[in-house]
Design a protein around this ligand. Structure first.
Ligand SMILES: NC(=O)c1ccc[n+]([C@@H]2O[C@H](COP(=O)([O-])OP(=O)(O)OC[C@H]3O[C@@H](n4cnc5c(N)ncnc54)[C@H](O)[C@@H]3O)[C@@H](O)[C@H]2O)c1
Length: 351
């Protein structure tokens, strides 16, 4: 029997999402050594107790300099500080898995892909919806043509305001570039090989705008080159129903059928005298429940580890990554200008 090829992984930033990634690595038989960089001493102690890493440090450069490490997972925040880590990891010959966004600009993302290509390294982005079977079912139905020719696709997503406050507090990014990006990636992936040709977006802000310049909600409407329309909306001001609660509603209407995905997490209601009704297991990245994980992030992490260990293609190609950035940049520009933006974009005045 062929010997199992094990690899060593370093995780930079083990907060909420990085903590899940680190645990996924610790539970993965392909991972030999797990190394962690985390600057918060309290979080360091927690994650060390959970994952029993080979090493733990507050300096990410130590992970990059460690020649034994094959894969670097980057999940630290703020997002705006990540790009130098991506480039340093690639420069040092590490395969990289990074939470979105991969880079602040398309030019920088292209440079990261160029470097990865030049060094024959894998790089991928955490677009976790691609590992949720319900979402993948949409792609399968479209590929197989069972709902006919797609006419329109809607994804409406709302998270609770404690999540919105956490996100708006750490970087100035639009709801689409930080949250809707998952849904844009998902729909564009499902509709391949169709390409977006026009983007229109509007934002609304009445709550967070009292204390910041971050909108509460953003709608994005995309027209594809075959006439299919996409509507993706994301907001982050819902009242608390469970820590980090997120609900999404998906409708895909085609010429021969319709597909509706109810991702509103109402399937488990937990009612206590103290808190009233809560919706467990409803956070976006998922969460551990004793010996199992409720959500797609473990599978997504394992997929990248297997891609590196067995030299298989990793999910999210260069073209897919750049296209999603193009669309959310166009959406932000459209919202700013109050008019549609056409793609591909050759407008030198565009940001
Ligand atoms: N795929 C999904 O479904 C999904 C869902 C939510 C968030 N995300 C993404 O995950 C990323 C992380 O979000 P989060 O909510 O876990 O953030 P978080 O703030 O909970 O965690 C970030 C961690 O990074 C640590 N850190 C900061 N600077 C560091 C440094 N220089 N070196 C090492 N550690 C450092 C912090 O101490 C903190 O523990 C975000 O970019 C977000 O976009 C993805």
């Amino acid at each position: 029997m062929a010997e199992l090829k094990r690899i060593n992984v370093g995780v930079i930033g083990t907060g909420w999402v990085g903590g899940i990634r680190a645990n996924a690595c610790a539970h993965n038989a392909i991972v030999d050594e797990l190394h962690i960089a985390e600057i918060d001493p309290k979080r360091q102690a927690e994650i060390a107790a959970e994952t029993n890493p080979t090493s733990i440090t507050d300096d990410w450069r130590i992970l990059i300099a460690n020649e034994a490490i094959d894969v670097i997972v980057i999940a630290m925040t703020p997002e705006t500080k990540r790009y130098p880590m991506v480039m340093a990891a690639l420069e040092a010959g590490k395969n990289v898995f990074v939470e979105k966004p991969i880079a602040p600009t398309i030019e920088e993302a292209e440079a990261a892909y160029d470097l990865a290509d030049a060094k024959a390294l894998k790089i991928s982005i955490g677009y976790s919806r691609r590992f949720d079977p319900r979402y993948v079912y949409v792609k399968k139905a479209l590929n197989e043509g069972t709902i006919g020719d797609p006419v329109t696709c809607l994804v409406s997503r709302h998270s609770t305001r404690e999540l919105g406050e956490k996100i708006t507090g750490r970087s100035k990014m639009s709801p689409t570039s930080i949250g809707g990006v998952h849904d844009l990636d998902f729909v564009l992936w499902c509709l391949q090989p169709r390409k977006p040709i026009r983007v229109y977006s509007q934002t609304a802000g009445k709550l967070f705008s009292q204390t910041s310049d971050t909108p509460d909600h953003q709608w994005v409407m995309v027209t594809m080159d075959d006439g299919t329309t996409i509507t993706v909306g994301v907001g982050w001001i819902m009242p608390i129903g469970y820590p980090n609660y997120v609900q999404a509603w998906i409708e895909v209407i085609g010429t021969d059928g319709a597909l509706t995905i109810d991702d509103t997490h109402k399937e488990i209601q937990f009612n206590t005298a103290e808190h009233g009704i809560r919706y467990p297991l409803s956070s976006m990245p998922g969460e551990p429940v004793d010996h199992v994980f409720a959500g797609s992030m473990y599978d997504e992490t394992s997929h990248f580890i297997e891609a590196v260990a067995y030299d298989k293609p990793a999910m999210v190609t260069r073209d897919e990554a750049i296209l999603v950035m193009d669309v959310y940049n166009a959406a932000d520009l459209s919202a700013e200008r109050g008019e549609p933006v056409t793609l591909p974009r050759n407008d030198p005045t565009a940001g």
